[in-house]
Design a binder for this molecule. Structure first.
Ligand code: C2O
Ligand code: CU
Ligand code: CU
Length: 566
């Protein structure tokens, strides 16, 4: 029999009460849905991000002391374009260590904000990396050792949006809405308090009220037209079964790593912590004056998960048009062929007895900062199997790569949210999930962990090391990493990636010239961290022919040729 109890904390008695599983409708009369949905400010490259506590007006008429970046919760939205180099100085004003992890972004090891690379109290660090991947919705958050769950819960999280020239006619501007979903405890309102019990560490710290972009009881006024929603589950542990209260259909157009290859119509979709989804919703069939809730639908979950929860009230108030349509064609995705795999690994997830420390494990191992747990060859396709024999959800996340889901309990007929580029995959209780993984961008140490943040801090995390193999000639992409300044592919049309290594931190300039020596484009002009970098060059609009690219550092100048074919 499934236990259907839910444990809530009573602030007054400091005791526990066992009662029927929480139902958000019990609080419905307390909820006003009167607060306009907030949007964080935008952060530009070159600015700094200062992490500190500040008083923010979350509930109207009162303030809440939360963790902010530049005084904002959620943190400022980082907007990037493919081919840009992003730099930000992170200043940690806390009395404990912290980091910024750029979840879903393919960045060099030392830019990944891992627990081993923590920024000490009062310290600062320049995160700087080229944007080498497709457009999509990502997010940043703390990844401090044993402090991730607390710091994220208290506010250290923000959106990252990578944009592309080609937007496939999707809704833009005021019709393109980011939604960061986080659940918090009403018993502490107006405070946000991180105080997990042993049971919470086992199941994840779950709240009963949703904050959307830091807004409780949030509403959004929309027009009778097509909208794009970029959804981030930034909750510590809660799974949402997203949909609309009138059961309307909507289209899934994007997963963790960017756009899908088709828009797929559904009326509900699960999102677990760490995952992102992009959807299109058409409000044109409503009448001005109507309202509908964006909600988490009830589902047959675990002891503590699965209750219905209203998330955002949507009021249809206008007749403007976004001018957008559900796209017929989205960019193709190359699906990996499982027969091309060169290796397999299994990760078995376990939860031990409540009385012990570090009860969460992967393959029997509890995370240690300096232990390498898996060595993985760069550039080789592998099949990874996540085995969940526990009673709880484990959204499994991998750094440094985007992967593809292959099967769930042997079934390769996947839900549309599993088809596309992923960095986090929900592994349900008693489920075995296979994914296909290939590291093609950076060697080095990355992480594999459960994105239930209580589980992660409690040890459900491994260090994985991506190794450059010695047979470098087997793969052009690999040999590129060894050489200063090469581009791949070459010849190219219209895009290529220029890869280079710099031996120390400093100012770097990377410029493209045509064969007459005339300036075409400055790709980088700024401060970079030592190590491997790569930058994307788009030759569309340029004539076919030979181009030169020149790297200038304080160590000297190097020039190479590349060929644009049309
Ligand atoms: Cu969003 Cu390693 O985490
Ligand atoms: Cu990550
Ligand atoms: Cu977990």
């Amino acid at each position: 029999m499934r236990r259907r109890e839910f444990i809530i904390k009573t602030a007054m008695a400091g005791a526990f009460l066992a009662m029927p599983k929480f139902n958000s409708k019990m609080f419905a009369n307390k909820q006003s849905w009167n607060n306009p949905l907030r949007f964080p400010p935008v952060l530009n490259s070159g600015q700094s991000l200062v992490l500190d506590y500040a008083n923010v007006e979350i509930w109207p008429g009162t303030t809440t002391n939360v963790l902010t970046l530049n005084g904002s919760y959620p943190g400022p939205t980082v907007k990037l374009k493919r081919g840009d180099t992003f730099s930000v100085e992170f200043k940690n004003q806390l009395s404990e260590e912290s980091t910024i992890h750029w979840h879903g972004l393919l960045v060099p090891e030392l830019m990944d904000g891992q627990p081993k690379d923590a920024i000490p109290p009062g310290g600062s660090y320049v995160y700087s990396f080229p944007v080498i991947q497709r457009s999509g919705t990502f997010f940043y958050h703390s990844h401090a050792h044993h402090l991730t769950a607390k710091q994220v819960y208290l506010g250290h999280a923000g959106f990252i949006i990578i944009e592309d020239e080609d937007d496939y006619g999707l809704p833009k501007g005021e019709f393109d809405i980011p939604l960061l979903i986080q659940d918090r405890h009403s018993v502490y309102q107006p405070n946000i308090t991180y105080a997990p019990t042993n049971m919470d560490i086992m199941r994840g710290y779950l709240g009963d009220i949703p904050l959307i972009n830091g807004t409780p009881d949030a509403y959004l006024d929309v027009s009778k037209t097509l909208y794009r929603f970029r959804i981030v589950n930034g909750s510590n542990a809660r799974i949402y079964n997203l949909g609309f209260s009138d059961n309307s259909d909507f289209w899934i157009i994007g997963t963790d790593g960017g756009l899908k290859d088709e828009a797929v119509k559904v009326n509900s979709v699960f999102i677990s912590p760490g995952e992102r989804l992009e959807i299109l919703m058409d409000f044109s069939g409503y009448t001005v004056g109507d309202s509908v809730f964006f909600e988490s639908k009830a589902f047959n979950g675990t002891a503590t998960q699965g209750e219905q929860m209203n998330l955002l009230k949507i009021n249809i108030t206008g007749n403007q048009s976004s001018g957008a349509a559900v796209p017929q064609n989205l960019p193709a995705i190359d699906y990996y062929d499982i027969n091309a795999k060169t290796g397999s690994r299994t990760f078995t997830l376990s939860q031990g007895m409540m009385s012990q420390n570090g009860i969460h494990r992967i393959n029997g191992l509890s995370y240690q900062l300096n232990r390498i747990d898996e060595e993985i060859p760069f550039g080789k396709l592998e099949e990874w199997t996540f085995v969940n024999n526990t009673m709880n959800y484990h959204p499994m996340h991998v750094h440094g790569v985007l992967f593809q889901v292959f099967s769930r309990n042997g079934n390769t007929n996947l839900h549309p949210k599993d088809k596309g580029w992923k960095d986090t995959v929900l592994v349900n209780p008693n489920e075995t999930v296979k994914v296909l993984v290939k590291f093609t961008d950076y060697p080095g140490i990355y992480l594999l962990h459960c994105h239930n943040l209580e589980h992660e801090d409690n040890g459900m995390m491994l260090n994985i090391k991506i190794n450059l193999p010695t047979d470098v000639n087997t793969d052009d992409k690999i040999s590129n990493i060894f050489n200063l300044e090469q581009n791949y592919p070459n010849p190219f049309n219209p895009e290529t990636k220029i890869k280079f290594t710099i031996p120390e931190n400093g100012n770097v300039k990377l410029t493209v010239y045509n064969s007459l020596g005339e300036h075409v484009k400055t790709l980088i002009n700024g401060y970079l961290i030592k190590g491997n970098h790569e930058i994307f060059f788009d030759g569309s609009g340029l004539a076919a022919g030979i181009y030169l690219y020149r790297l200038e550092t304080n160590k000297g100048t190097l020039t190479k040729k590349m060929q644009l074919m049309k």
